[in-house]
Ligand binder design. Structure first.
Ligand SMILES: [Fe+2]
Length: 309
């Protein structure tokens, strides 16, 4: 009789990355590990079209017109929206308290970002900026809608597993709803690290796809997953952010992750493109206060803190 040896994952022996086939499996994985992959062909296959339409926007000689002072325009504390350009090593203009606490006050990498939510098309339309990049806006709006629907479906499953938190309801009542971020990292710096380890600020992140590998994460049990397989074309990666931790008073932890450019050692480097959707959820004043008094519980173990550096 053959007996299989079941290897238990340790901090140094990563789990194999397996795609969940159903929403139930995805919710189960999320609660067990803090992250999952989920079979979902539509969004990863839309990736090429969105990015092919995004690159010309970053190269538009008049691209400054697509930059928005969101704090003035929307005046509700919304993250910056529209096109953003950042230069490696530059001090962030207004680092958030969590970025200061985690020592992330400088820009990681020279990159272009585009941040889209449902309020953005109205702003651009008033300024007559849609028609110059109409295929881009059409593609990104469809992708954003698909990600939002998937997030709502997953939240419904999470509510079935953890019934007392009302995750789905909170996604409707949250101030900022959902935001999709497109990234074009130029990958021409002197270090391979292009995104320092961090936790996302949202409730649930859908990492739609990247065109190059390099994304690592530490799961709920601090096991490092060195390759999150983010270039797959048939599935998406999902993981919890800090709001999940606040809402559940620590029963769920936001997942630490970072990006190291795998082309660095080849000396022939390429830009890296990524699409991520951040799904927010309403956090009460009491939960927010709980988070502030328990923030020390998010201290990283040394093997996670130093990973990728
Ligand atoms: Fe992130």
């Amino acid at each position: 009789m053959v007996t299989a040896t079941v290897l238990k994952p340790t901090k140094f022996q990563p789990l194999e990355v397996v795609d969940a086939k159903t929403l139930d499996e995805a919710a189960e994985n999320l609660l067990k590990r803090g992250w999952t992959r989920l079979t979902c062909p539509t969004m990863p296959q839309r990736f090429e079209r969105v990015i092919s339409a995004f690159v010309p926007l970053t190269e538009d000689p008049n691209r400054d017109e697509y930059k928005i002072d969101a704090r003035r325009e929307f005046a509700d504390g919304q993250s910056e929206l529209g096109l953003l350009e950042t230069t490696r090593g530059k001090l962030k203009s207004k680092p958030r308290p969590d970025e200061i606490a985690e020592g992330r006050v400088r820009e990681d990498e020279t990159k272009y970002k585009f941040q889209f939510n449902n309020r953005l098309p109205g702003y651009y339309s008033r300024k007559g900026l849609i028609e110059r990049h109409v295929s881009f806006f059409s593609e990104v709006a469809q992708l954003h809608g698909e990600a939002l629907l998937l997030g709502l479906e997953v939240a419904e499953k999470l509510d079935q597993e953890m019934p007392n938190y009302g995750f789905l309801e909170r996604m409707f009542t949250g101030e900022h709803g959902a935001m999709t971020r497109l990234l074009r990292y130029m990958c021409d710096g002197e270090q391979p690290g292009i995104a320092q380890r961090h936790r996302d600020r949202d409730f649930l992140t859908i990492h739609v796809r990247s065109d190059r590998p390099g994304l690592w994460l530490a799961d709920k049990n601090d096991v490092i997953v060195p390759d999150a397989c983010e270039t797959r074309t048939n599935s998406v990666l999902m993981f919890f952010g800090r709001k999940a931790w606040e809402i559940t008073h620590g029963k769920i932890r936001g997942i630490v992750h970072g990006v190291t450019d795998t082309t660095f050692k080849d000396k022939l480097r390429f830009p890296r493109h990524t699409i991520v959707t951040f799904l927010h959820a309403a956090v009460s004043a009491e939960e927010d206060a709980w988070g502030k008094t328990h923030v020390h519980e998010l201290n990283l173990l040394p093997h996670v803190d130093k990973y990728g550096l």
